[in-house]
Design a protein around this ligand. Structure first.
Ligand SMILES: [Zn+2]
Length: 169
């Protein structure tokens, strides 16, 4: 998960929401990936998708039944689907995602008996660190947006400051 966090920070350095993923096979790292949908103009470029694609290429197989996926944020529906298609054995994530999490937060696709593959899922590994990198990203982004809207307000405002209306230009 430490490696996945390093990938999350790589995403943050590019201005992407910091999520990182690592695929491990027999205790060996076979692929890493980080979130890059904005820069890549690709809505499917989540960290898990990047790592799964790289792992499948590295192993020469679209199915990865011996592999485990470590990811800093609970996978979404799209990534959970790709995890199932890849036959990933085990998924370990850090932070829960109450908005798009598909491992129990919004839906739990891995508990759906009508779907044919069920990876073992473990959540909460290094949760504080995984949440921390996301919080840092969003708080810096909010501060930057606020500074753009009103340079003076950014000095006096803090958490709970009344938002200033968007200027027309
Ligand atoms: Zn996803």
């Amino acid at each position: 998960m430490g490696l996945a966090l390093a990938q999350a920070r790589a995403a943050m350095a590019k201005g992407e929401v910091p999520v990182g993923a690592v695929v491990v096979c027999d205790g060996r790292v076979v692929a890493v990936g980080h979130n890059c949908p904005v820069g890549g103009h690709d809505p499917s470029a989540h960290a898990e998708m990047q790592a799964l694609r790289a792992a499948a290429q590295a192993l020469g197989n679209y199915r990865l039944p011996e592999c485990e996926l470590y990811v800093t944020l609970e996978p979404c529906v799209m990534c959970a689907g790709a995890i199932m298609h890849a036959r990933i054995r085990r998924v370990v994530y850090g932070a829960a995602d109450p908005k798009t999490g598909a491992c129990g937060s919004v839906v739990d696709l891995f508990a759906e008996p009508r779907l044919n593959h069920h990876a073992e899922v473990v959540g909460g590994l290094m949760r504080d660190e995984c949440v921390g990198v996301l919080q840092q990203f969003f708080s810096e982004r909010r501060a930057a947006a606020k500074a753009r809207r009103s340079p003076a307000a950014s000095e006096s405002g803090g958490a709970g400051a009344i938002p200033t209306p968007e200027s027309p230009n």
